[in-house]
Design a protein around this ligand. Structure first.
Ligand SMILES: *[C@@H]1O[C@H](CO)[C@@H](O)[C@H](O)[C@H]1NC(C)=O
Ligand SMILES: *[C@@H]1O[C@H](CO)[C@@H](O)[C@H](O)[C@H]1NC(C)=O
Ligand SMILES: *[C@@H]1O[C@H](CO)[C@@H](O)[C@H](O)[C@H]1NC(C)=O
Ligand SMILES: *[C@@H]1O[C@H](CO)[C@@H](O)[C@H](O)[C@H]1NC(C)=O
Length: 482
């Protein structure tokens, strides 16, 4: 064989190998531009991209995302990574019930795919938002090896940092946008830690440099006892418990862990407290109590749930539900806030939806809004307070807001820990306004942390008070006073 031919053969071999490697590398991230969605009439009037980023190569873990570009149209509009509560809820909750560009039309489900409509208060009007299903096992995120599902708060946070680095490598045009990390409820446990990890990564020169400016959290868990103990003065202030019970709890529960009290009198008083509180819908105490429709495969069912299932299975016989629908949630009344949650189950499990979103075949058999327990998960971030203090002391901004009618993470506890960080007040407690009316109250500290209440809102504040929350968010993210 002539030398030249050999050289040519080598060259071809090189090209073949290089192409294969590219293909393999490409397999780590994949994306789909979505121009229409089942249930939505016509072309989507916003830019939606979905996809996966591999965050654990050994176990084959890929996190699914929905990315919506800012409708303000500026290249350098703020950029928000949004995580939802849980610990294993799909981020579709944040997108379709809270801050994203579309929502479900509230009409009775009859076997036709649920309809979608535009959310006029979408936060994507002012910011790019990357919604991520995390940890593995939530929403459409999956792992090829069962081991990949054995994660915890710290490993999930590190995976999300990895996720961002890879995502921005593939989307460099967004690198110059001011970056914020946000979420609500349980996401409070991991957002401050991720912010610190990003900040540390930037310090040690990880590439690309992430343009982190701060974070925001709604009714966030901290892991501290105050998340639980603040429910008592909250319930007292709203007239849910008597002065007498309030005094008994204060008297016997000093220094106790309200979740596991060791003092017998304290435990007894808290038992009475919980039975009174259970008369209300916990995420918003003024709304009707409805069956909770997050039921996943591990959810407990009660009699009313069983009854609702039966109705559904009767329907199912008529309308031939797909094979994925193994654990349909309990059907709430149409006027319940969680009717949209119920609709989301049928929408997300429809083959047409999965096709449009580019969900990989064979990865997630049945989509559930939240996995209720039964999934391994290590709670290894005991308290977030030190991360709040450190991150804001290092020059990052923070907005912490509370729907003021939430008894799950009451505003009283949040206000107390924000104050306990010990920074001086720079903007005294005052009302903030919308349409000439107070929309909530706010106070700001010298570490650039703003605390705000949202009047009339519940646990997932934008789900209850979308207009007020949008006003608050857009002012804060654009560096304007509330
Ligand atoms: C179900 O409801 C939708 C929306 O209200 C309607 O357009 C559709 O025709 C109904 N389908 C059936 C099978 O009744
Ligand atoms: C794969 O999963 C195992 C078990 O959860 C874990 O110890 C290991 O760190 C994971 N691999 C990677 C690369 O994260
Ligand atoms: C505080 O955050 C910085 C990064 O901004 C990090 O380098 C440092 O280790 C953190 N300190 C503590 C006590 O966690
Ligand atoms: C607060 O934020 C502003 C604007 O981002 C920044 O210029 C300033 O340095 C921050 N202050 C502190 C104390 O971090």
């Amino acid at each position: 064989m002539s030398g030249r031919l050999l050289l040519l053969l080598r060259l071809i071999l090189c090209i073949v190998l290089a192409t294969r490697q590219l293909a393999l590398a490409g397999a780590a991230s994949s994306s789909t531009v979505v121009t229409s969605l089942p249930g939505f009439q016509g072309r989507l009037p916003f830019h939606l991209e979905t996809g996966y980023v591999e965050v654990d190569e050994e176990n084959g873990t890929e996190l699914f995302y929905y990315f919506v570009e800012s409708e303000a149209g500026g290249e350098n509009d703020p950029f928000l990574l949004w995580l939802t509560g849980g610990d294993h809820c799909s981020v579709l909750s944040g997108l379709a019930f809270e801050i994203g560009p579309f929502k479900f039309v509230l009409e009775p489900y009859n076997g036709t795919i649920p309809s979608l409509e535009i959310n006029p208060n979408s936060w994507t009007k002012v910011a790019h938002i990357l919604f991520v299903d995390s940890p593995a096992g939530a929403g459409f995120s999956f792992s090829r090896q069962p081991k990949g599902y054995h994660v915890g708060e710290i490993s999930t946070s590190l995976q999300l940092h990895e996720f961002l680095i890879k995502w921005f490598r593939d989307h460099p045009k967004f690198l110059s946008s001011p970056l914020y990390i946000g979420g609500d409820s349980y996401a409070g446990k991991i957002v401050p830690f991720i912010a610190q990890k990003i900040s540390q990564g930037n310090e040690v020169g990880r590439s690309p440099l992430l343009n982190l400016k701060g974070y925001l959290l709604g009714n966030p868990a901290t892991g501290e006892r105050i998340d639980e103990s603040s429910k008592v003065p909250f319930a007292h202030g709203f007239g849910i418990i008597s002065d007498q019970l309030y005094e008994t709890i204060l008297g016997h529960c000093q220094g106790q862990d309200y979740k596991n009290p060791t003092n017998v009198l304290c435990a007894k008083a808290l038992g009475t407290f919980h039975s009174l509180l259970s008369e209300l819908m916990l995420p918003h105490i003024l709304w009707d109590k409805c069956v909770y429709s997050s039921a996943g495969p591990h959810a407990k069912t009660d009699d009313s749930a069983g009854a609702a299932r039966k109705i559904l299975s009767e329907e199912a016989a008529e309308i031939k539900l797909g094979k994925r629908l193994k654990h349909p949630p309990v059907r709430p009344r149409l006027d319940c806030i969680n009717y949209a949650h119920y609709l989301s189950y049928f929408w997300a499990n429809d083959e047409r939806t999965r096709g449009a979103l580019g969900v990989k075949d064979g990865t997630v058999d049945e989509w559930v809004r939240c996995q209720d327990g039964g999934v391994p998960y290590t709670r290894d971030i005991v308290s977030t307070i030190k991360y709040h203090r450190n991150v804001t002391a290092n020059g990052y901004r923070a907005l912490v807001y509370s729907g003021d009618h939430d008894s799950v993470v009451p505003h009283l506890g949040t206000q107390a820990w924000v104050r306990s960080l010990g920074f001086p007040v720079v903007d005294e407690w005052r009302a903030w306004h919308l349409h000439g009316q107070s929309a909530g109250f706010t106070v700001s500290y010298s570490n650039n942390m703003t605390f705000a209440t949202v009047k009339g809102a519940g646990h997932t504040a934008p789900e209850y008070e979308p207009e007020r929350c949008f006003a608050m968010f857009s002012r804060w993210i654009l560096n304007q006073p509330l």
